[in-house]
Design a protein around this ligand. Structure first.
Ligand SMILES: [Zn+2]
Length: 86
């Protein structure tokens, strides 16, 4: 299960609702694109290639989302620094 605070959940939802993540099938390594919006309400998916029913690793996924979140934060502070230089 993905566990986030409500605020965190809203931020993630706003930032990534339109985004997709590639999830690799452990059986055949086929990458299936899942939208973040979809991932918020689903915990299983079927591999597009071999049809395996797969559980989504919520913890791993959340880590990746946090990485992206962090990257966005870094970008924002870079922009702020640039603005100060102008
Ligand atoms: Zn597969």
């Amino acid at each position: 299960m993905i566990q986030t605070t409500q605020d965190e959940g809203i931020v993630l939802a706003t930032l990534f609702a339109e985004d997709t993540l590639d999830v690799a099938c452990p059986a055949c390594s086929h990458l299936t694109q899942l939208s973040v919006e979809w991932l918020q309400t689903n915990r299983h998916y079927a591999c597009g290639k071999c049809g395996s029913e797969l559980d989504i690793d919520g913890e791993q996924l959340l880590e990746r989302l946090r990485d992206v979140d962090l990257a966005v934060d870094n970008l924002k502070s870079s922009i702020d620094r640039l603005k100060e230089m102008l």
